[in-house]
Design a protein around this ligand. Structure first.
Ligand SMILES: [Zn+2]
Ligand SMILES: [Zn+2]
Length: 748
């Protein structure tokens, strides 16, 4: 046996609040090593002393077999002089300094806890709040730092002696599990009527009975309330739609396990991995045609949002009901999800037959995250993902707060080498959402110890986030919307080099004061140059054209074929067509938005003249196109006559206008996708070559359309270009704050 050695290891990544120190403690003591382990501002720091081969074994475990929720990005080691220390200890976290990753996202119930949950001999048998170091609520219950029980909403519950001894024992799997609880000392369920009055009986049984009878039940989850109903009960789902004033927007469905999921959707490896992710997102996957689900769950769509249970309460409810449940955000129409009990009674009471609540408070409202298959792209990054830090491609020059856009708002903070994006906050035009925004801009910098020196905001002067930023007494940096999209894609891919950004979305304020949305930008984190765009057209009636795609159809008809074409096709679009056609002629509200172009195409094909939720027309057009002939194409033009090259869809618009009469709408829908993909790729290749750019970044909400995204990507790859897409950061406005933060953090 060789002489004892002492080595120090610095472990970086998501290593706090995930059971890393007990893991080190267990293995170090098993290997007969002495020393200590502790959390610090950069992650986990440990020193181990003993035989070199035992230290080697410990070192190997740090990277090869860390605890399930840990994400180790780097381990650095160096030799020290042995001290003769005896025993191994977990040393208290140093309060000084800024935490690197103070709190992890909320995590789905782990397998060990599930085993106990359904073990009649376990003291937590059927206890709906069972959790451990590897699972349970985190971000949603924290109101302060350092992350410790008194800083969470669990401070209201005093641990019983048995829970306390688990919490204090480094060898226990509940060591420092802040939400640790049991039936003797922890949170309890309540079953109330819609007015919030407690009702007799076992709350869980009452809720399960109600659901089995087709009733609507509000269920308090990790980040807020869901409205739940039997997803196989047509009448029950219809009632929910009516009460929630939700006409068409699809409902997500929770199923008990992967087998049940695969009976409803076609699941590939990406889908299965996403369903199993401890963040338990909603996974949008292609649906099977004949299933037991009620037709009104996701009308007219070829895909379905599925998720697995993520809290012990969900497991108990799902097992009890024995059928898939619609689990939709507890809100009326577009309001934010309810997360406070009194608010739930006020807002959800009128919609439900009963409320399954409990007395563990939710501090941060957190919607379910959404991932789309086949790409595996995160479309909404929220519960289970926020606030995991994302590495910045280049370190921040200064700490920054970024306040995001107006719709799908998130906020981010950046400092040192990381950017941290908040949960999904939502559309700021709702007062309650704006209040959540105010809470988030106060909470996130505090949680991450970011004394920000600069606030990044959108260029749009009317966004409430912009107004908030410019009212602060701090230096600000306005970031153009589509530049932020490209930057968010760069961050997502850990890159900071110049790329050709193709940023296609609904609307964003342009550098020239018009509304952009079909942009080709030569960009990196420090700046951008607009190098091409979609042909601009009028947006008749301004904001009204967003809700009414048929108005955009008229604008494009006029652009493509003048008043004659508008006059010929107009009467098929709507009774007010003549008035709107006159608006088009005034030429106000000019936009280059590709999102609005998709709207126009959807209206021309009779898919949708008016929408009831954002993106509806484009989503339904994509669904139609997926059934179309994959050889069809409606070619578009590229106009190089002006200052900048322009994609001109006019030839395709004329074809779309007559496609319905010809009777092949699906082929035309596909052809529109293919034609736009062709023109986009052709122009992108041309510009990339002229500017010697090797990479094209596809970003913006339009690229949530995976049919279109794949068509463009395939063409670019064929031309030998590297295609950069989104993975962890949403391509839509949910990613804007990440891009803003990365740009501002690099500014001098
Ligand atoms: Zn657990
Ligand atoms: Zn207890």
């Amino acid at each position: 046996m060789g002489a004892a050695e002492r080595r120090e290891f610095r472990v970086e990544g998501t290593v706090q609040g995930v059971g890393f120190r007990p893991f080190v403690y267990r293995h170090a003591t098993r290997l007969g090593l002495s020393g200590w382990v502790r959390n610090d501002t950069l992650g986990v720091l440990l020193q181990a002393e003993g035989p070199p081969d035992a230290i080697d074994q410990l070192a190997a475990l740090l990277t090869r077999d860390p605890p399930p929720l840990a994400k180790v990005t780097r381990v650095a080691a160096h030799l020290l002089t042995p001290t003769g220390e005896k025993g191994f200890a977990i040393v208290e976290t140093r309060a000084a300094g800024r935490p690197a990753a103070p709190v992890s996202p909320d995590m789905a119930t782990c397998d060990d806890c599930l085993t106990e949950l359904f073990d009649p001999n376990d003291r937590r048998f059927r206890y709906p709040f069972i959790n451990c170091t590897n699972c349970g609520p985190r971000y949603t219950i924290v109101f302060s730092v350092p992350y410790d029980r008194p800083a969470t909403t669990m401070t209201a519950f005093r641990m019983c002696p048995r829970c306390q001894s688990e919490y204090d024992d480094p060898a226990d799997r509940r060591f420092h599990a802040q939400p640790n609880a049991c039936p003797d000392c922890g949170p309890r369920l309540r079953w109330t009527d819609p007015k919030g009055q407690d009702q007799p009986g076992d709350p869980l049984e009452r809720a399960v009975d109600a659901l089995r009878q087709g009733r609507i039940v509000a269920i308090k989850g990790l980040g807020g309330y869901h409205l739940a109903v039997d997803a196989t009960d047509e009448l029950a789902v219809e009632t929910l739609r009516r009460r929630k004033a939700r006409d068409d927007k699809p409902f997500a469905v929770m199923v008990i396990d992967e087998d049940s999921a695969s009976r409803l959707c076609h699941l590939d490896e990406t889908a299965t991995a996403a369903l199993r992710h401890p963040g338990r997102p909603i996974v949008l996957a292609p649906r099977r045609t004949a299933t037991e689900l009620a037709g009104l769950v996701a009308p007219g769509l070829t895909e379905l949002g599925l998720m697995l249970p993520y809290s012990p309460l969900h497991h108990l409810v799902l097992r009890g009901v024995g059928r898939p449940l619609v689990m939709t955000s507890g809100n009326l129409s577009d309001e934010p999800i309810a997360h406070i009990d009194t608010e739930a009674v006020d807002r959800l009471g009128p919609l439900v037959d009963g409320i399954l609540a409990h007395d563990r408070a939710i501090h941060i409202r957190c919607d379910d995250s959404v991932i789309r298959i086949p790409t595996g792209q995160v479309l909404r990054r929220s519960r289970g993902y926020a606030p995991d830090p994302i590495a910045l491609p280049e370190p921040a020059r200064r700490p920054v707060l970024a306040v995001g856009a107006m719709l799908k708002n998130t906020v981010s903070v950046a400092r040192d080498g990381i950017v941290v994006a908040s949960h999904h906050i939502g559309d700021l035009d709702h007062l309650a959402t704006y209040q959540s925004f105010l809470q988030a801009v106060e909470h996130l910098p505090r949680l991450y110890g970011v004394p920000f020196e600069m606030v990044a905001h959108d260029l749009h002067p009317e966004y409430l986030s912009t107004k908030f930023a410019t009212d602060l007494d701090t230096e600000t940096r306005a970031v153009q919307h589509h530049h932020a999209h490209v930057a968010s894609c760069l961050v997502d891919n850990g890159r900071s080099d110049r790329v050709l950004g193709v940023a296609f979305d609904g609307l964003g304020f342009g550098a020239d004061g018009t509304l952009w949305g079909g942009e080709l930008l030569d960009a990196d984190l420090s700046g951008f140059e607009r190098v091409g765009h979609l042909r601009p057209v009028c947006m008749p009636g301004g904001a009204a054209a967003i809700k009414e795609p048929w108005r955009m159809a008229l604008a494009w008809l006029d652009a493509a074929g003048g008043p004659d074409l508008a006059e010929r096709i107009g009467p098929t679009l709507g009774p007010d067509w003549a008035a709107v056609a006159r608006l088009v002629r005034t030429g106000r509200h000019v936009t280059t938005s590709v999102g609005r172009l998709f709207d126009a195409a959807a209206a021309l094909l009779g898919v949708r003249a008016r929408i009831t939720y954002e993106g509806q027309a484009a989503i339904e057009l994509e669904a139609l196109a997926r059934g179309g002939d994959p050889h069809s194409i409606l070619p578009m033009a590229i106009d190089r006559s002006g200052d900048l090259p322009v994609i001109d869809p006019a030839p395709a618009i004329a074809e779309l206008a007559v496609a319905t009469a010809r009777g092949d709408r699906a082929a035309a829908a596909y052809g529109f996708h293919a034609g736009l993909a062709d023109a986009t790729a052709e122009l992108a290749c041309e510009i990339a070559q002229a500017r010697r750019l090797g990479t094209v970044s596809l970003t913006g909400g339009v690229f949530q359309n995976s049919l279109f995204a794949n068509l463009v990507a395939a063409r670019l790859a064929n031309a030998g270009l590297e295609v950069m897409t989104h993975h962890r950061v949403p391509p839509n406005d949910g990613g804007i704050s990440v891009g803003q933060a990365a740009i501002a953090a690099r500014s001098d």
